[in-house]
Design a protein around this ligand. Structure first.
Ligand code: MG
Length: 339
């Protein structure tokens, strides 16, 4: 099997802000895997919060290339199983490799990834569109510039969180979901959950920092007026079980967990435990979004708007049309790198 790496910098349509900072462009690393005349694509992004640059991710990948190049791709989880131990400290690198392998395995079998996993594409949840943090008026304007979605995910973690949701609620009847990105205290989360429930919010994602005391998570779990989903607290398969005791659901991201192979395990396990399931994304290209979309049959909620936030997507794949995820033609994830 042959592996090549492509670096791209994808400019955003407009600056995107969450509680931790603002970005105007997204550096991405595309992995291309070739075997028996078929090519599979994987992707990961640079990320300050998790401490990964394209250079550090490329270095991790180059370290395991000799192992990968000897593999014969029969199953989609082949690369993951072969290098998971060696890449235990770089889930971003592992994810890009695993996605490319799952995509390639699908293409070699002539099946989509979800079909390859024995899942069926029926009654899929729609994706939300993310409204980043900005002046309240600008957040309302952003929502109004993007009408027709049934779900909006609003980034909070400001001194005017409730004012923002009141203003957005005045502008739409669509479902509103909240992502606090670790910005709240336990008391604040419980207090705000009451006000947000009254405003018709559906759930809250990651109110507390992942390293907050366990008792604080318990307090929020018991006191919250809305379901609470784990994101930063639920990164890899080992986190699902402990999260089940203090969250009502989990949000899986490919780059946090190490790709599609562990994502399927985590979502399946979460469903067995009676947890709500969601897949989120970074600001990323259609390669990452097409991969994450393969998980829709295992989901209650989806947040797959990453490529829509780009001004210039270097790839093609699934199309997220006002939340409805339309599959790309062809097997694997259906994604391709342009040019
Ligand atoms: Mg989140």
């Amino acid at each position: 099997m042959k592996v090549s790496l492509h670096e791209r910098t994808a400019p955003l349509k407009k600056p995107f802000t969450i509680s931790r900072g603002t970005i105007t462009e997204q550096p991405v690393l595309i992995v291309e895997m070739e075997h028996n005349g078929k090519r599979g694509f994987g992707e990961t992004t640079a990320n300050d919060y998790y401490g990964h640059t394209l250079e550090s991710i490329s270095a991790s990948i180059n370290k395991v290339l000799p192992t990968i190049e000897q593999l014969d791709v029969v199953r989609g989880d082949e690369v993951y199983n072969a290098v998971v131990a060696e890449l235990a400290n770089d889930m971003f690198a592992l994810s890009a490799l695993d996605i490319a392998c799952q995509d390639l395995a699908g293409r070699l079998a002539g099946k989509t990834c979800f079909d390859n996993w024995g899942l069926e594409w029926t009654g899929m949840p729609e994706s939300s569109l993310t409204i980043g943090i900005d002046d309240t008026d600008a957040m309302v304007a952003n929502l109004k510039e993007n009408p027709g979605w049934n779900n909006y995910k609003v980034k909070l973690g400001t001194p005017r969180d409730i004012e923002i949701i009141e203003a957005l609620r005045g502008a739409t009847d669509a479902k509103l979901r909240i992502d606090a990105n670790c910005a709240w205290t336990a008391d604040e989360a419980i207090e705000k959950s009451k006000q947000l429930a009254d405003l018709g919010v559906e759930f809250i994602e990651q109110p507390l920092p992942f390293d907050a005391p366990r008792d604080d998570f318990k307090k929020v779990y018991e006191g919250s007026h809305l379901p609470v989903l784990a994101d930063e607290s639920c990164r890899v398969p080992e986190h699902v079980e402990p999260c089940g005791e203090v969250f009502h659901g989990i949000n899986v991201k490919l780059c946090k967990c190490g790709g599609l192979t562990p994502a399927v395990l985590m979502l399946t396990k979460a469903r067995e435990m009676g947890l709500k399931t969601m897949v989120g994304c970074m600001v990323e290209t259609s390669i990452g979004i097409s991969a994450a979309s393969q998980l829709l049959p295992l989901l209650d909620f989806a947040d797959l708007d990453g490529a829509i936030l780009l001004g210039n997507d270097p790839a093609t794949g699934v199309v997220v049309d006002h939340g409805k995820v339309n599959l790309a033609d062809g097997p694997g994830t259906g994604a391709r790198l342009k040019d």
